[in-house]
Design a protein around this ligand. Structure first.
Ligand code: 13P
Ligand code: 13P
Ligand code: MG
Ligand code: MG
Ligand code: MG
Ligand code: MG
Length: 376
């Protein structure tokens, strides 16, 4: 029988501000999932102020019942958050009612359905204070860059490469690009992570799922700022897929992502152990956690908290150095995001206030004189 791994997450209220999740909220979520007849197994964790439900079951992807369970769990957690007056209670629940599928309602969803192999190691990546496109660079390195993933070169089961399903988050379109041949085309898109995000990756030999991420953009759903998406991603490992070490290796480089303070800044993605997933400095810097599980007939054997390894200490140190450097830019780009990418702005009000003080320099202009014999 196939097993589905569903990771569904939402920020339903921060403790304190946008830093973490209150223990009573986690307890409530566990209470909702414990012993539930739909589930084989589950874990509830938090990364920053986002509650992550990691669930296994036999209902397949996009199961209305599983999505309903997640929705009901978040709703119950929101009651706790309201009672404790946590910050932004129910923040990511953008609808009053559930209608069959949780996608488009605010929570982030990543799901894979697999025929369990003899051994089925998976890594669940979870981030706070950033957007779904934050996975583009690591997924590219994991599945297309032989300088990261030696398996692409020396493993006969991986040498065929991987297909990338890329979503256009603005026009809601998708395209499949096959690597290595489409590699340059792929980078044209995923190098713009605010618009294009890698939704899924498939093994080209078997057509099997290799990775899946959450790609909703909260502000596009809500039409206003409701915090960052704080995405999740599931990656299968070993035996035809990248090894665990190849999946984690890109995070030894804390690449710049959009998010951080007020969702409007660029900063380094810092790999941390679960205990350190409490973004604090300027509400950040953005964090990523990697939890490993062995699936055993749907049981979640784990988690193993990968970024607790001191081998990632230097990445953290570099992230902090980059954070110091970026912060000194204050309200200037490119630390502060470009106008089009900021989650909120006072520009319209300030423009309105100053409109009489603006002088249009085009108005009184005489027609341009032709430069005599000059080259235009
Ligand atoms: P071990 O000998 O520790 O099992 O390592 C095997 C391997 O392939 C590591 O990537
Ligand atoms: P979250 O999306 O994690 O709630 O962050 C929102 C924010 O504005 C941080 O400054
Ligand atoms: Mg929040
Ligand atoms: Mg968050
Ligand atoms: Mg958020
Ligand atoms: Mg071994």
């Amino acid at each position: 029988a196939k097993v589905t791994l569903s990771v569904i997450k939402a920020d339903i209220g921060g403790f304190v501000g946008h830093s973490a999740v209150h223990p009573e909220v986690i307890e409530k979520a566990r209470g909702c999932l414990e012993g539930h007849p739909l589930l084989i197994d589950y874990r509830v964790v938090h990364v920053g102020d986002d509650v992550n439900l990691i669930m296994t079951h036999n209902r397949g992807r996009n199961s209305g019942e599983i999505h309903q369970l997640a929705w009901d769990t978040f709703t119950a957690c929101t009651e706790v958050a309201k009672k404790l007056k946590l910050y932004g209670a129910g923040q990511d629940l953008l609808s009053d009612a559930f209608s069959g599928n949780i996608k488009g309602l605010g929570p982030g969803v990543a799901e894979i359905e697999v025929e369990e192999r003899e051994s089925e190691p998976v890594v669940v990546l979870m981030a706070d204070k950033t957007e779904p496109g934050a996975w583009n660079l690591p997924l590219y390195k994991i599945f297309a860059d032989p300088f990261n993933t030696i398996g692409l070169v020396i493993d006969p089961k991986m040498h065929c490469g991987f297909d990338f399903e890329v979503r256009d988050l603005i026009e809601n379109k998708k395209v499949i690009l096959s690597c290595p041949e489409d590699l340059y085309d792929l980078l044209v898109f995923i190098g713009a992570p605010g618009r294009y995000a890698v939704k899924r990756v498939f093994h080209r030999g078997t057509g099997e799922i290799a990775a899946a991420s959450s790609t909703q953009r909260l502000n596009l759903i809500a039409g206003r700022y409701v915090g960052k998406d704080d995405p999740v991603c599931i990656v299968r490992c070993q035996n035809g897929y990248p090894s665990v070490g190849e999946v984690l290796e890109p995070f030894a480089f804390p690449h710049l992502v959009s998010g951080w303070m007020r969702g409007s800044h660029s900063g380094p993605l810092m790999p941390v152990a679960m205990a350190d997933a409490r973004p604090t400095r300027f509400d950040g810097p953005p964090r990523v956690v990697a939890l490993g599980f062995q699936l055993a007939n749907g049981r979640l054997v784990g988690p193993h908290d990968f970024f607790g390894d001191p081998a990632f200490d230097r990445a953290r140190k570099l992230a902090l150095t980059i954070a110091d450097y970026m912060r000194r830019m204050g309200p200037f780009e490119p630390h502060r995001l470009h106008l089009d990418e900021m989650e909120y702005t006072t520009m319209p009000q300030v423009m309105e206030k100053l409109k009489d003080r603006f002088i249009d320099l085009r108005r009184d202009k005489k027609p341009k004189e032709k430069a005599a014999g000059g080259v235009a």
